[in-house]
Design a protein around this ligand. Sequence first.
Ligand code: G6P
Ligand code: MG
Length: 219
Amino acid sequence: MSNSKGVIFDLDGVIVDTAKFHFLAWRKLANDLGFDITETQNEELKGVSRVKSLEIILGWGGVTLTEDEFMEQMAMKNDNYLSYISGMTKSDILPGVSEIIDFLKENDIPIALGSASKNARNILEKVGLYQSFDAIVDGNDVSKAKPNPEVFLSAADQLNVAPENCVVFEDSVAGIQAANLAKMTSIGIGEEAVLNEADHVFTDFTEIEIDFIKKLVTK
Ligand code: G6P
Ligand code: MG
């Protein structure tokens, strides 16, 4: 295990603004089942796997489904989500993200994706970033969902970087907790009030100075 640094990016809500599409698709599902969900409730779904998210939502609505109905709702949610993201291109990469990825690549800092999404590879292909990542760990590769640190520990392992030398960018509470449990430096992208367990919080990537990244990955 080398002493060098590595950087792990979450996908939804960090590299691309797909968090809003997950919310829209979950909200449609809830509405179809006769109840509504709020943006505040949605914070609890960020970073959470598809199965777990549906369990949580059904709990909110007080709805019980058979196993077949459960599978059917999951499939419908994903179909809706896929239709929302179908037109994504390079231009959907959130502002400031490409500059940071470019800086890391130019400085030979390995980067990994650590996402709960089973659609992660598809989205990275769409926005032209698939080849940029040295390792990709997504919802197809892990069994324990964030806040369990498995996804980030596996990413660090694939980068051959010690967990404590990894920096994680995350927009979800569950993801920040996972990074903290993995003993990594956690950087929240979003609201300070929501992501207060993170080591640092920025509203978005345009707020992050390259000098800040430089210090994190070289110290
Ligand atoms: C990410 C998102 C969650 C989503 C999960 C699974 O963690 O933040 O909102 O539920 O991935 O995504 P998937 O694309 O597999 O349904
Ligand atoms: Mg996210």
